[in-house]
Ligand binder design. Structure first.
Ligand SMILES: Nc1ncnc2c1ncn2[C@@H]1O[C@H](COP(=O)(O)OP(=O)(O)OP(=O)(O)O)[C@@H](O)[C@H]1O
Length: 256
């Protein structure tokens, strides 16, 4: 079954159409890249998919279910996780506690259960611990579980954000410029990790300026310009597309 189906999705801010009639699909086991120049509408698109922004029109279906306009927490519970361009960690908490804090939000028991420490609550706490540790392992961060987030290297902080997103065991992971600020070695490590995420059963939607990352990891790429989809295809086909070269690759894509 198709994981994500986006149909004629549009977002207007007053007179500005930030995303205009965009269509695409994400299949199970697929890594789809979204590229385009600054202001093309990539973040606005992500915001609509994750529920932090209401579309003006169009629809979004997740595994066949219409999630258009749903609240972000509901969409997260249905299996969409995201990372942000700007780091969103708690700097003074350990890596493990950062993941635990995010994982609690996906659990069902309320404050009464936590005060009386019911059996269900204790079982969920054990689940949270285990899931958080598994996510850290998966992202090669188990050795840093007790280190404060602020003491981690930049690359490790970005991977911790991915660990947080993965702890919710999403069907679809939205990654917003995960390679921003990374050196080539960290970028390569990220590419390997994104492949591993896909191999583990999570489809990935990736907004990224670093073309080496896009070329290295994406099965298909959608190109946006001024809110419109101007191309879609394999990375090799897209980089040869004259429109894509004209609006994007000719000027600002990062080759490192
Ligand atoms: N909340 C908002 N209110 C008004 N205009 C907005 C808002 N958010 C985005 N825009 C505008 O919508 C357009 C698309 O912006 P968006 O941030 O989605 O682009 P982007 O492709 O993510 O750019 P970048 O690569 O710089 O992150 C831009 O012209 C931007 O100024």
């Amino acid at each position: 079954m198709t994981i994500l189906s986006v149909n004629t999705l549009t977002k207007k801010f007053g007179g500005l159409t930030a995303v205009s009639d965009v269509d695409f699909e994400v299949q199970p086991g697929e890594i789809l890249g979204i590229i385009g120049p600054n202001g093309a509408g990539k973040t606005t698109l992500f915001n609509m998919l994750a529920g932090s922004m209401q579309p003006t029109s169009g629809t979004v279906h997740l595994k066949g279910q219409n999630i258009t306009g749903m609240r972000a927490d509901r969409i997260a519970r249905l299996g969409v996780a995201r990372t942000f361009q700007i780091t969103s960690l708690f700097p003074a908490l350990s890596a493990h506690d950062n993941v635990r804090a995010a994982t609690y939000r996906t659990k069902k028991t309320g404050w009464m259960a936590s005060i009386f420490r019911t059996a269900t609550y204790r079982a969920e706490e054990a689940d949270v611990d285990r899931d958080a540790m598994a996510a850290l392992h998966f992202c090669d961060l188990a050795g840093h579980a007790d280190d404060n987030a602020e003491s981690l290297s930049y690359g490790d902080q970005r991977r911790l954000e991915i660990a947080i997103a993965l702890a919710a065991k999403p069907a679809l992971l939205l990654l917003d410029e995960p390679a921003a600020g990374m050196n080539p070695e960290e970028g390569q490590r990220l590419v390997n990790m994104i492949r591993k995420i896909r191999d583990n059963g999570t489809s990935v939607l990736l907004v990224e300026h670093h073309m080496r990352v896009v070329m290295g990891v994406c099965d298909r790429v959608v190109v946006l310009d001024h809110g419109e989809k101007i191309a879609e295809g394999t990375p090799a086909a897209v980089v040869d597309n004259p429109d894509v070269i004209r609006v994007y690759l000719g000027r600002e894509a990062v080759s490192a």
